[in-house]
Design a protein around this ligand. Sequence first.
Ligand code: C2E
Ligand code: MG
Ligand code: MG
Ligand code: MG
Length: 288
Amino acid sequence: FAKARGGNSFHFYEKKLNDMFEEEMLLDHGLREALLKDQLVLHYQPKVNTFTGAICGVEALVRWEHPELGRIPPDKFIPLAESSGLILKIDEWVLLEACRQNKAWQDAGLPKIPIAVNLSGLHFSQTHLVELIQQVLEQSGLDEKYLNLEITEGVFIKNVDPVIDTITRIRDMGIQLSIDDFGTGYSSLSQLQRLPISNVKLDRSFIHDIADEPKKAAVVKAIIDLAHSMRMTVVAEGVETKNEMNYLKQCKCDELQGYYFSRPLPADEFSALLDSEDDWKKPAARTV
Ligand code: C2E
Ligand code: MG
Ligand code: MG
Ligand code: MG
């Protein structure tokens, strides 16, 4: 009996593995097609100045508009795209699309703000990242000071020296660099000191319920103070409530991003928001 059951569960396991494999194959094939068939779209989430409420930046976030499955969020396909390497092509598309969009908004007379693009760590084991960025700026006509690249701490785990070299070259081009999801990885702020990075994005796990958790609140304040002492600015991610905003203001966090201000929006809705800037930054116009 036990043997039979073992056999069954083995077959069950094997079948599950097969299903998973098939699902991945389908997803991978689908993603390659998505790139060719224009099924990827960008949504845009504002970053606001903590003290004025003005939109001071925007982050481009990729979505997959699948013809049958509907909108697929990045967490569902980026890990797979990273294991297949396809993320390099996806990020290239995102980079160009985001720069073109930002240039189009500027040409339409909207306020000029930097656009942030997320880059997978995989780009740093490639040699032509710097050339790629140069090419994209040329193609889109966007001034380099309006581009901001977000990278995660994972980038610095191996081969630190070549990575620092690449990042320094990017910084020297006049592009802003941010460490994304700060606090979830392995690095500490003192390690970041070695890096030519001007901005830290505090992961949203630190922000959630911050006003009711004194220990969390203390950690956040310490990180902000230390970042400032190293001349880095801080963005808080995932700000969802007024209490969270108020605490971050008290800590002098420079910029805020989160559903409290706006969810990521399709391009036309974001440009309408940017266009109505003056109305929008009045606190009364905001609801939680
Ligand atoms: P991220 O770069 O840390 O982006 C922030 C994520 O938090 C976004 O999820 C955003 O929609 C979400 N978010 C923003 N405000 C709030 C809030 O107040 N509450 C909560 N609960 N969530 C909030 P999204 O768009 O699903 O993206 C997830 C991750 O996928 C991103 O995290 C980034 O790591 C990755 N990603 C997105 N687009 C790209 C891309 O073009 N290239 C690469 N390599 N990665 C990307
Ligand atoms: Mg990001
Ligand atoms: Mg993040
Ligand atoms: Mg993330």
